[in-house]
Each structure stands twice: as C-alpha cells, then as structure tokens.
Design a binder for this molecule. Structure first.
Ligand code: UD1
Length: 436
C-alpha cells in the first residue's frame, strides 16, 4: 500500500515555511486516531479474510504499518474516503517476522507480537523503535505474554517468541501501559480460558481496539476500567470497523487557536475523550462549547498561566504535553508543566526558545514565563508531537519560521498544511529540490 507519502523523496532539507500571526477561523475536521488504528491494523492478523477499516488517517505511520503487515503476507489497500481493506491469508501463509527496517520506525509495531503469538504461536521481531523521547522498554509486554505461556529469547537485536499454547491467567501490570494492554488483549482473545488484566490502560484508543476485537467475535468486558476480563474464543471473523477520532489531532487544533486566537469548530472532536484537558483549558480562558458532532473552541485574549501534569488516562495525556508547553509560552504569567511518563520528552524546549519562548527545564518540569509574542526562527522537529507544537508555535510567531523535520509531522498528521491553512494559517511545504 502506498499513500505517496513515503515515496515523496523527503530529504533532510525539506521544511515547512510558516508566516505567523493570523487568527484562525472555520472548521477543523479531526482525523482518525493514530494510536488506535495502528493496533487495529495489527489486530487483522487475528482473523483470515477481508477486513474493512474506516476513518483511517492518511499518515506515514499507517503506511509503515501496512508495509510491515505486507512483509508478513497480508495485503493492504487504501480505498476512497479513508477506507482501508486488509486481506489476511490462512495462518500457514503468514510469515511471523518483523524486520528491523520497519520496526525501528514505529513504536506501535510491537503490537504485532500479541496477535502473532495468538494465531501462529511464533513471532520474531526486531526490538521496537519509534519516537525519540526516552527509554522505552517492553518488559511489561514480555512479562505478560510469558504469563500466558510464551517464551522469549533475544539475539542479534531480535526477540523470538514461541508458545505451544496460550492459557488465560491473571496479569497485574506494573504500570497501565497503553501498548502493553493492547498487546495482551490481542494475545488473550484467542487463548484458552479467561485472562484478567489488572491495572490495564484505560485510554479511548485501548477501548476502541477492544471494541473492534469484540465486533470480530472476541469476548472482552471491562473496557474503559482498569480491570479487563477476556474470555478466549477459538476463532475470530474479519473486522468491519470505524476508528474513533484522534484526540491529539483535536488538541493540536486547540493549541493553534489558543496561540493565534480565533474561533474554530472541531468537527468529530469528542469531549469525553479529552475531558481533563478541556476542563483545565476552560479554567484558564479557553472557551469550549459542545456542538453537534464536535465542539467549538474560541479564544480572544492571552490565556492565563497554569500548572499542568501528565498522567495515564483519564489524566492529561503525555502526547498533549509539547502542545501545552507551546501554548503556555505566550500565556499570561508563569506556568509549570510536569511530565510523569517519559523522561526525555523535553527536546523541543530548546527549539521553542529559539522562537523566543522563555522556559527552563528542572528535572521533569518545565517552568515557562509567558511572553507576549514569539518571533519567527528556524527550528527542527524531533518527534511527531514536538513537531506539531513547533509548527503551531510558528504560526503564531512574528515573521517567518522554517520548521525542519517534516517527516515527523507526516508520521502523525494528515495534510497539516491544508487543514491548518484552511483555518487561515500560512504554512507551505518547501521541498529541498525547490529551495537553494
Ligand atoms: C503509547 C502511545 C504514545 C503515548 C503513550 C502514553 C502508541 C503507538 N503510542 O505509547 O503516543 O505517548 O502511550 O500514553 O499508542 N513502560 C515500561 N515497560 C513497558 C512499557 C512501558 O516501563 O514494557 C513505561 C514507559 O517507559 C513509560 C510508561 O511505561 O514510562 C508509559 O508507556 P506506555 O503507556 O507503554 O506508552 P506506549 O504504549 O509505548
């Protein structure tokens, strides 16, 4: 499958040219959730036949996940209107091998482990990569899969998992890891007997994966709570499923409105998925109104400073953090933003400083002294959300900015230029070939 993104000859010199200082008005259509769809694509390994996924965002990570599945013998086809058809062959024709070249690009590739072990009782996978924001072990995944009966050996950068059978059991997670919960659910749906996961992740994307698995014939209860109960079933049928909207994409649009002022309808934005964040923002001067099939956000003055800390869901998501730090850079007063999940998630702070932000890192806190205006500058994205935060900040800065690291944005955002351009932001993708 190709979306034409990966083949677009992106080079290190490609950048976004951003001219700041335009208030935003209109409608922003939220894309399908990246952190749901990648695991839902992995889940298609669990049943042979033709799967239909709807509301799939056209992003690079989807393309990489499709490539990974195709390397195992599945086929993926992007149809019109964000519809993806994935055809899964019989188990004998699936090659349970996930190559370094693909796995190192996206963290979500680790979620092929559960389905492969469930269906083929074997999986060989390169150790996963993904965003560069700190040490990201997979011990919680492996320990849980071991309790279900799998064994693992590691050599030459690859993990080899095997199981003669998987048997349901009680699993207590040390931490409510998002992708570990996804992986265990996908391993347990075809296991013998009942699996109970305590301290499970409760993110909307985890619920959405569970709902898709149930629609395929799985028997998972407790979704959205911290205790999941999974009755193993012998076989699943192919999926026909519509993916939830992406709350981080919605939050990106909100951050842009905060920094640029304006009034934007966030179509498909789901308030209950973003409850804590929206409550926090409402308390510091962001106006949010529920509307039919979304909500409206408007801001007409500098927001107030705030103290914000990330936590696993239902807390404020770590993926919002770079966007919030950017938004607070022009707030009125001193803010403290605390990251509780990933130790290396502040790499973009130096880049925001280049745009004129006044902020300092103290351990896992950023102390931000709000300034009235940012100034355009050249900056570089280091991961998806950091990249989005820099782009959003640049749209509000005086003058022109150059945002390097375009691939990071394309990994998680469908057509950032057009979707924010339609609201009034001035962003242009400049390819290295056209610049001198
Ligand atoms: C997912 C999301 C990511 C988001 C994160 C937290 C995807 C593809 N990515 O990542 O965008 O920022 O949830 O909401 O869905 N941990 C361990 N051992 C493990 C697994 C995790 O120690 O085996 C630790 C991590 O280092 C981190 C914390 O647990 O400190 C949270 O990680 P986790 O919830 O697993 O994040 P991901 O699922 O990797």
């Amino acid at each position: 499958m190709t979306l034409g993104l990966k083949d677009s000859k992106a080079t290190a010199g490609d950048h976004f040219k951003v001219t700041g200082g335009n208030p935003l008005f209109g409608e922003f259509v939220v894309q399908g959730a990246k952190n749901a769809v990648l695991k839902q694509m992995a889940a298609t390994i669990l049943a042979s036949g033709e799967h239909h996924l709807f509301n799939v965002p056209k992003i690079l990570d989807v393309e990489i996940m499709a490539e990974l599945l195709e390397s195992m013998g599945l086929t993926c086809q992007f149809e019109e209107d964000h519809h993806v058809v994935i055809t899964t062959p019989a188990p004998d024709d699936i090659r349970p091998f996930a190559d370094y070249e693909l796995v190192e690009k996206i963290r979500a590739s680790v979620t092929v482990l559960g389905p492969l072990l469930a269906r083929l009782k074997a999986a060989t996978m390169s150790l996963p990569g993904g965003d560069d924001f700190g040490h990201r072990p997979i011990d919680i995944h492996l320990n849980a899969l071991k309790s279900l009966g799998a064994t693992f050996t590691t050599s030459h950068g690859y993990i080899e998992g095997k199981a003669s059978r998987l048997d349901g059991t009680t699993i207590v997670l040390d931490f409510p890891s998002h992708t570990a919960t996804d992986n265990i659910m996908m391993a347990a749906v075809l296991a013998n007997g009942t699996t109970t996961i305590h301290n499970a992740a409760r993110e909307p994307e985890v619920i959405d994966l569970g709902s898709m698995l149930n629609s395929m014939g799985a028997a998972i209860t407790g979704l959205g709570s911290s205790i999941l109960r999974i009755e193993g079933v012998p076989i699943l049928k192919p999926a026909n499923y519509r993916i939830i909207p992406d709350r981080i994409d919605a939050a990106t649009a909100i951050a842009a409105v905060i920094m640029n002022k304006g009034n934007v309808f966030i179509r498909h934005g789901v308030i209950r998925h973003m409850d804590m964040l929206l409550r926090k923002l409402a308390g510091i001067g962001v106006n949010i109104h529920p509307d039919n099939n979304g909500f409206t956000v408007w801001v007409n003055k500098r927001i107030d400073a705030a103290q914000i800390a990330t936590l696993p869901y239902p807390g404020i998501a770590t993926d919002y953090l770079p966007l919030l730090v950017a938004a607070m850079s022009t707030a009125n007063g001193e803010s403290i933003v605390t990251e509780n999940l990933f130790e290396g998630r502040f790499k973009y702070v130096d880049e925001l400083r280049r745009l004129g932000a006044t902020m300092a890192i103290h351990g896992h806190h950023v102390v931000i002294k709000g300034v009235e205006n940012l100034q355009g500058a050249p900056v570089k994205a280091t991961d998806i959300r950091a990249g989005a935060a820099l782009l959003v900040a640049a749209t509000s800065a005086d003058g022109e900015s150059k945002v390097l690291g375009t691939t990071h944005i394309q990994r998680g955002y469908e057509d950032f230029v057009t979707r924010f351009g339609d609201l009034g932001a001035k962003i242009e993708l400049v390819s290295n070939e056209n610049s001198c």
